[in-house]
Design a binder for this molecule. Structure first.
Ligand SMILES: NC(=O)c1ccc[n+]([C@@H]2O[C@H](COP(=O)([O-])OP(=O)(O)OC[C@H]3O[C@@H](n4cnc5c(N)ncnc54)[C@H](OP(=O)(O)O)[C@@H]3O)[C@@H](O)[C@H]2O)c1
Length: 257
């Protein structure tokens, strides 16, 4: 259980489905008030109706917009939630795309850069300046962060970026008492695969199981946490292989998807 201290709001991006929604349910059970962000307002409101015991602010927002974080800050100000009262920021929203780089539709490329990289960086920048000691910033990267990924080249690169950012900020923000945790799950069940044009493998863990592990990782406060057995193995093996081998292995795996 990750219990809130005085700044009792948790902000979760990508809360309309998958891991974000599961994290929201678990955070509500732990007593956090919630700011839920995603584009699908109806899904956010439906979730808010289910989370009766806590205060919930839903913010329909397209994180591809350059002014998305300004807009979010305005909504928080209107709801009288200063950034300093957000004790946990979970950067969970993310998009992927599968296929040859040169076939990637331009809008999918932009979405990955904006949602996975720019929005995460801007959110962390805005919140880290205001957060109080004891606060947490968690970013959901992926097992994809540990090596390059042919046929999902941009997605892998965006996750490598947030892993690098998170590890650096873990060190920088430690003296201020702000925990920065980057979680790197292996594949799990969610809408992600269909949206990225990938066949979902059978037997994947549920998003709720992953959410439980993510919150346990936050509690422990280590800088980088691979989530799931496969992710733990690849987090150790992948970076230790000659880079060219790792790239070939991922290429072969991605060709079969
Ligand atoms: N599923 C996996 O196998 C897997 C493995 C490793 C890492 N991850 C990572 O886990 C995180 C959660 O993914 P998931 O698997 O739970 O996928 P998901 O069910 O597709 O959820 C993605 C969330 O991101 C939000 N989102 C997407 N584009 C957005 C935009 N432009 N503006 C605002 N919100 C946006 C979606 O909400 P709206 O559509 O309502 O905007 C949705 O709530 C992602 O960062 C993903 O990269 C997933």
């Amino acid at each position: 259980m990750v219990t809130p201290r005085a700044p009792s709001w948790a902000l979760i991006t990508g809360a309309s489905s998958g891991l974000g929604r599961a994290l929201a349910r678990r955070c509500a059970r732990d007593g956090w008030n919630l700011v839920l962000v995603a584009r699908r307002q109806e899904a956010l409101q439906e979730l808010a109706r289910q989370l009766e015991a806590v205060q919930v602010l839903t913010v329909p927002l397209d994180l591809r917009r350059n002014d998305a974080i300004d807009h979010l800050q305005e909504r928080l100000a209107a709801a009288q939630i200063p950034l300093s009262r957000v004790g946990m920021l979970i950067n969970n929203a993310g998009v992927g795309d599968h296929g040859p780089f040169t076939d990637l539709p331009a809008d999918r490329l932009e979405a990955m850069l904006q949602v996975n990289v720019a929005a995460v960086t801007r959110l962390v920048y805005r919140f880290a300046r205001e957060m109080t000691p004891g606060s947490t910033i968690c970013t959901v990267a992926s097992v994809a962060a540990f090596t390059p990924g042919p046929l999902m080249a941009v997605y892998y690169a965006t996750k490598a970026y947030v892993l690098s950012l998170g590890e650096a900020l873990h060190r920088e923000l430690h003296p201020r008492g702000i925990r920065v945790v980057t979680v790197c799950p292996g594949p799990f069940r969610s809408e992600f695969h269909a949206a990225a044009g990938i066949r979902e493998a059978r037997g994947l863990p549920s998003e709720d199981r992953v959410a439980r592990r993510v919150l346990a990782a936050i509690r422990r406060g280590r800088p980088v946490v691979p989530v799931g057995f496969g992710a733990r193995v690849w987090a150790w093996v992948g970076p230790r292989l000659p880079r060219s081998w790792a790239v070939r292995i991922i290429h072969a795996l991605q060709r079969r998807r």
